[in-house]
Design a protein. Structure first.
Length: 118
């Protein structure tokens, strides 16, 4: 069940937990998916803060998916950061506009699977 994935110049090990037949040598694909959501939103928050001249400290973003069969039915993004609450709300709203991952999920892309000889 384990595989290696190239992500840019980085190589990641992706696996399933032992309970699902894997070796638990790396995160499972759905964990990486949620990590992509959380990390992109975190970077969007930081970008938005820098753009507005707001100093944020201790930014923490978590993404939790609710399963519905073989897919996520919904994803909840929780944002915690030090700073005035109004600024955090405004930064989160701006981050929603510039986060590539969450914007991709809002308007689902077409997914096409092609077989390549090789």
């Amino acid at each position: 069940m384990r595989c290696r994935v190239d992500a840019g110049r980085f190589r990641l090990t992706v696996d399933e937990p032992e309970s699902a037949g894997g070796t638990d040598a790396g995160p499972q694909p759905t964990d990486l998916f949620l990590a992509s959501v959380a990390s992109c939103f975190t970077l969007a928050m930081a970008w938005s803060a820098r753009r507005r001249g707001v100093e944020l400290t201790a930014v923490q973003v978590t993404a939790e998916g609710q399963y519905a069969g073989p897919r996520f039915e919904s994803i909840t993004i929780a944002v915690r950061a030090a700073g005035p609450e109004a600024d955090i709300d405004e930064l989160a709203a701006e981050a929603q506009r510039v986060c590539y991952v969450t914007n991709t999920l809002r308007e689902l892309p077409r997914v096409e699977v092609v077989s390549e000889d090789g």
